[in-house]
Design a protein around this ligand. Structure first.
Ligand SMILES: [Zn+2]
Ligand SMILES: [Zn+2]
Length: 463
């Protein structure tokens, strides 16, 4: 379907009001519905971008149109978008869920528009504190098909929880199945801010039902080590959120201070570096208050996991377990199977890529090939074989374009035949008369409507 330009849209804002009860007359009215965010203050809290999407859907307009017409014009000069909303909404908008510079001004505008005071709670800093925002958020939203499906079945609202946006959460805490970030039908990532009127739980590109049978790994296929790591991550995130609710901003300074004292007193730098696999010089930077370097949440959690303590325990100076682990040098297997730890079988990959390029079968996407070779994404392949990967991408793109052309030619032919068929019965082939001969919603395609006009011209109905 043709993408609707946000600027062409008119946001339908509530303009008529039901009769107010006397006590309601004094309440301030909000310009937009005061839509309540889902699960605020819990680990299943909605994400800010998910909330903006739902706000658009609630007003029956594409969320990007709502952003373009209602939010962006109210931002101050400094916070205005440099990129068009369409570009911003594809990936960059993800930063709104974190400690991005735009987060606060956007929340302020949204709070004014909806009269809600709890929207800052839909962002990561209100969960994990003021740590470096690096590597916290995914580029595009992920989702759990089983959750979407269960919510639909139970009649619960479908939404995008904040933890689906976090890189560290790779398994659904409820179902223990992998979160998915590519549509199983069109293989595309999901837009952060939706451009069309697809509903929550539908692919933002092709409209496919994302809660339909999961096309990923089942819980049993995940290694027990990976599952243990993810269970632990979820436990720690819950602990951090409870701490945040009770004590306010997470005291990460206390974490580094206690770690520094312990390492100084026990001369434990080398042991810790050995057990965690983190470079010694990097560890020194972690605990040096004069150094502006800040480790990522992922690195901190990895250190805590292999040392069998939680960040909360370190913040509170409970380091007995850390000491025991370091003294026993009981290293847990690294929870993060990617990057430097993964051995790259160059020959096998080259052979596979060459085989695929030589074959005349339907071209696969680079991501599909990477998954088949046992990688979680295509980064390593791209790094080692840039030329081959470029060819794979080009071939897949050319194939998709060719398929699209064929599909559109088929659509045009279907419409033409339907118009001719109605005309042959002596009836004017209006869209209403033609529709029953065609698949549902086909006439919504601009190509179908163009074919309808062309055939009317051919029959002399139109000049
Ligand atoms: Zn789930
Ligand atoms: Zn899709």
């Amino acid at each position: 379907m043709r993408e609707i330009e946000p600027t062409q849209m008119t946001v339908r804002i509530r303009t008529t009001w039901p009769a107010l009860l006397p006590e309601e007359r004094l309440l301030p009215r909000s310009r937009l519905y005061d839509l309540a965010p889902n699960a605020v203050g819990t680990p299943w809290c909605e994400s800010l971008t998910g909330y903006i999407n739902r706000l658009g859907w609630t007003h029956h307009v594409p969320p990007r149109a709502l952003v373009a017409q209602e939010i962006v014009p109210r931002l101050d000069e400094e916070s205005r978008l440099i990129a068009p909303v369409g570009v911003f909404g594809t990936k960059q908008a993800m930063s709104l869920n974190g400690a991005g510079v735009a987060t606060k001004p956007w929340v302020e505008v949204l709070s004014d528009l909806t009269s809600r005071k709890d929207l800052l709670l839909l962002t990561l800093p209100l969960w994990v504190g003021n740590l470096s925002p690096r590597w916290q958020l995914r580029e595009t939203p992920a989702w759990c098909p089983s959750c979407l499906s269960a919510w639909r079945t139970n009649g619960q609202p479908r939404y995008q929880p904040l933890h689906w946006m976090m890189r560290m959460v790779t398994l659904c805490p409820q179902h223990q199945t992998p979160l998915i970030d590519h549509c199983p039908r069109c293989q595309k990532c999901q837009l952060v801010l939706t451009s069309s009127k697809t509903q929550p739980g539908e692919c933002t590109s092709c409209g496919h039902e994302l809660g339909a049978n999961a096309n990923g790994l089942s819980a049993q296929e995940e290694s027990s080590e990976h599952r243990a790591w993810q269970k632990w991550v979820w436990k720690v995130l819950q602990e951090l959120q409870v701490s945040m609710r009770i004590n306010g901003l997470i005291p990460w300074e206390a974490f580094f201070r206690h770690l520094a004292v312990y390492l100084r007193e026990h001369k434990g730098h080398s042991q810790l570096a050995q057990v965690t696999g983190i470079d010694r010089t990097v560890l020194y930077r972690w605990i040096d208050p004069a150094d502006a370097y800040s480790p990522t949440l992922e690195a901190i959690l990895k250190l805590c996991y292999v040392c069998q303590v939680t960040p909360f325990q370190v913040m509170n100076g409970q380091l007995d377990q850390l000491q025991q682990t370091l003294q026993a040098k009981k290293e847990r297997q690294s929870p993060l199977p990617h990057r430097q730890n993964q051995r790259f079988d160059r020959e096998r990959c080259q052979e596979a890529l060459q085989g695929i390029l030589d074959s005349t079968n339907e071209p696969q996407s680079l991501r599909q090939i990477a998954l088949q070779l046992g990688f979680r994404d295509a980064h390593q392949l791209g790094y080692h074989f840039p030329e081959e990967c470029k060819l794979v991408i080009q071939r897949a793109k050319a194939y998709r374009q060719q398929r699209k052309k064929q599909r559109l030619a088929h659509v045009r032919e279907q419409v033409r035949q339907a118009v001719l068929s109605v005309h042959s019965q002596g009836v004017y082939p209006s869209q209403k008369k033609v529709n029953p001969f065609l698949p549902p919603a086909l006439m919504r395609l601009p190509e179908a409507r163009a074919a309808w006009h062309a055939t009317l011209q051919e029959l002399g109905y139109e000049p």
